[in-house]
Design a protein around this ligand. Sequence first.
Ligand SMILES: [Zn+2]
Length: 77
Amino acid sequence: MALGTFWPADIVGVGFFFLVGEGVISMKVAAYHSSNQSDPDVYHDHSDCPTGQQIPSYNKLSGTGGYPRCKQCVDKG
Ligand SMILES: [Zn+2]
């Protein structure tokens, strides 16, 4: 891995943000949904979904819950 030492740190940083912008770091995860009645009746399958991230761990249930897929998760792929 000697080649890695030739990379200036700032170029590595730019590459990291580029990857985030492209959504490459977006993690696809097993389906989960909220048990909270006031939350949207959808399930999520991305760890970085803004709506899914608002579900507290004590409300997070695995599986689809019989709900349609979250629009933001659909957009993420
Ligand atoms: Zn979602």
